[in-house]
Design a protein around this ligand. Structure first.
Ligand code: B12
Length: 216
């Protein structure tokens, strides 16, 4: 029992044990953010086994569904008021970039933003730059949040920002980017206004964007 054991059990894809441990940790008043961090570390372990050829795509899929089940248990606790509470009322469009179907991190960012008062419009995964621009014109969000999990789809961020600029929308929307292969430097190189390392960073970063404190 404990956070390290939870991480190991996620990496070992032991779904029943994972869910039981998450429930026990919540009951023993472990901070939900720590539980979440342990789960994410477990997913990194899954990724490493996949890289070594010990796990296959089916195992990644199983890991994804385990994480989603964990989130169903954790979401009510995370959103119960002891997470990062920041006053805000901005509108955010969020999407995973073209050719990328990872959505667990995006959904977590969406939940955190929604729990902190943002209106979030979720365009889903594998979203083409042109579709994102069309939705920006329709919904006029304050912020565009882009998620990317594959090195090979980083160009989806670059192309989306280029398309937003080409369509004359760049000064109408602030852009925040995140996801495992994204770094602060890459975000700046791509011309984004902000970078968030995780869903918790996304909240104060978006707040700062609304207040005009961050600029490209
Ligand atoms: C689960 C998983 C899958 C599932 C996804 C299910 C789903 N519904 O999302 C499935 C099976 C579909 C999948 C498929 C593939 N995957 Co995959 N996958 C993973 C895995 C194990 C976990 C990802 C995850 O959900 N993590 C947990 C979440 C909470 O963390 P996160 O996504 O990083 O998000 C956090 C932050 O990054 C940040 N964040 C994310 N987005 C945003 C956005 C903003 C605006 C902000 C501010 C912050 C932010 O906040 C989030 C919460 O804190 C990773 C391993 C890893 N190390 O991440 C590999 C991984 C990402 N996958 C990988 C690969 C190679 C693939 C495939 C190409 C495999 C294949 N051969 O088919 C395909 C690609 C499919 C495609 N076209 O997209 C590689 C990518 C390597 C690379 N650098 O390019 C990884 C790293 C595994 C590895 N080590 O090799 N995968």
């Amino acid at each position: 029992m404990g956070l390290e054991s939870l991480t190991a059990k996620i990496t070992d894809l032991e779904i029943e044990e994972v869910l039981a441990e998450v429930k026990q940790l919540i009951a023993s008043k472990t901070a939900p953010l720590e539980i979440l961090a342990a789960c994410r570390a477990g997913m990194e372990g899954v990724g490493k086994r996949f890289e070594k050829g010990e796990y296959y795509v089916a195992d990644l899929m199983l890991a994804g569904s385990i994480f989603q089940e964990v989130m169903q248990i954790l979401n009510p606790v995370l959103n119960s008021g002891d997470s990062t509470q920041v006053k805000s009322s901005g509108k955010v469009i969020i999407a995973t970039v073209r050719d990328d179907i990872h959505d667990i991190g995006k959904n977590l960012v969406k939940s955190m933003l929604a729990a902190n008062g943002f209106e979030v419009i979720d365009l889903g995964v594998n979203v083409e730059p042109e579709v994102i621009c069309r939705e920006i014109m329709q919904h006029q969000p304050d912020i565009l949040a882009l998620s990317c999990l594959l090195t090979s789809t980083l160009d989806g961020i670059e192309d989306t920002i280029a398309e937003v600029t080409k369509q004359g929308l760049r000064d109408k929307v602030k852009i925040i980017v995140g996801g495992a292969p994204v770094t602060e430097k890459l975000a700046a190189d791509f011309g984004a206004d902000a970078y968030g390392a995780d869903a918790y960073a996304a909240v104060p970063q978006c707040q700062a964007l609304l207040e005009g404190k961050l600029h490209a």
